[in-house]
Design a protein around this ligand. Structure first.
Ligand code: GLV
Length: 324
């Protein structure tokens, strides 16, 4: 780099990572608690050479046109449905995401949701805090056991596989439906269990827990609609740590209210941070505020990877993790 390039960072990032960026670049950091407003984003991206943004920042044609000097957009997220990748590329702008570094944290969190919903942990805590617990009883707040049942993974990419490899610890067998090539060689440190490939409809009809791990695309939007929910067993649970619009929330609220399925656990929503009001009123759904990758270690690694992508591209080197 000859002169110090300008970088807009749309949210606070860990101090150590910010310092690494500041040693090489002029950093314009949005420090507010809320996401940067559209107006601010359009104003402050002008003249910048790099944009470090979050999944809450839509980076569309208007933003890319405003940022006509941009050489890279580095999304601090593995998902990149908030970015117009094709348009960025047509302008010669590199686009990167943060795969791998969040796989384990998201898989761990998915299992947290599976256990929370099948054993009714948040529901029990709500009842206890409200003073409703009258003591131990043989038939009190019974959940459903995992052992001997089928976990159905929809989308067997990195995170889907990381969830699958943890299933034997709970005595579950695994089925998967995927459009991705089967990643036999990408199992992290845990052995890959026997996994049965199934059609999407077969997986819905035979799984005790259906866990979603697809990216949000035109094909996967409302993949889980009323028809899909009706295919599931009445005793089954749906878990979503991917993207909210993969589920038709109104249809899910209806299915949960009618007990067409036993329960759901969600980390992501169609209109974040809004949650469908009917879901808020139901007991048989666990609602988390998009925490899948939210560990100190992982969020630091995500920011660090985004910054390393920026520095590489501004140095004229290839990006480390360009979006596919
Ligand atoms: C989080 O949802 C991510 O895509 O990283």
């Amino acid at each position: 780099m000859t002169s110090r390039p300008g970088v807009l960072v749309t949210r606070r990032i860990p101090a150590r990572v910010l310092q690494a960026l500041e040693t090489r670049c002029e950093v314009d950091l949005h420090t507010g608690q809320a996401p940067i407003s559209r107006e601010e984003l359009l104003r402050r991206v002008r003249g910048k050479h790099a944009l470090v943004c979050l999944l809450t920042d839509p980076v569309d044609r208007e933003v890319l046109d405003a940022g006509s000097d941009l050489r890279i957009v580095a999304n601090i997220a593995v998902g990149y449905d908030n970015l117009d990748v094709a348009y960025a590329r047509s302008r010669g702008v590199e686009v990167t995401n943060t795969p791998d570094v969040l796989t384990e944290a998201t898989a761990e969190f998915t299992w947290g949701l599976i256990l929370a919903v099948t054993r009714r942990i948040p529901e029990g805590e709500r009842l206890l805090r409200a003073g409703g617990w009258k003591g131990w009883a043989l038939d009190f707040m019974l959940g459903s056991e995992l052992r001997g049942k089928q976990l159905g993974i929809v989308g067997l990419g990195r995170i889907g596989l990381a969830v699958a490899v943890r299933a034997p610890a709970f005595g579950m067998r695994v089925a998967y439906a995927t459009a991705d090539p089967v990643p036999a060689a990408r199992a992290g440190s845990l052995p890959v269990p026997q996994m049965e490939p199934q059609s999407f409809d077969q997986l819905l009809a035979t799984s005790h827990v259906v866990s979603l791990h697809v990216p949000l695309t035109a094909t996967t939007r409302h993949l889980i609609d009323g028809t899909a929910l009706a295919r599931m067993k009445r005793t089954a649970y749906l878990v979503n740590t991917s993207r909210g619009p993969v589920i038709d929330e109104a249809a899910l609220a209806w299915a949960l209210g009618e007990h067409l399925i036993a329960g759901a656990a969600l980390d992501v929503y169609e209109g974040e941070p809004a949650v469908h009001p009917d879901l808020l009123a139901l007991e048989n759904v666990v609602l988390a505020p998009h925490l899948g990758s939210a560990t100190t270690e992982t969020r630091t690694a995500m920011a660090d990877l985004a910054v390393r992508n920026v520095l590489a591209v501004l140095d004229g080197q290839p990006a480390l993790t360009p979006v596919p």
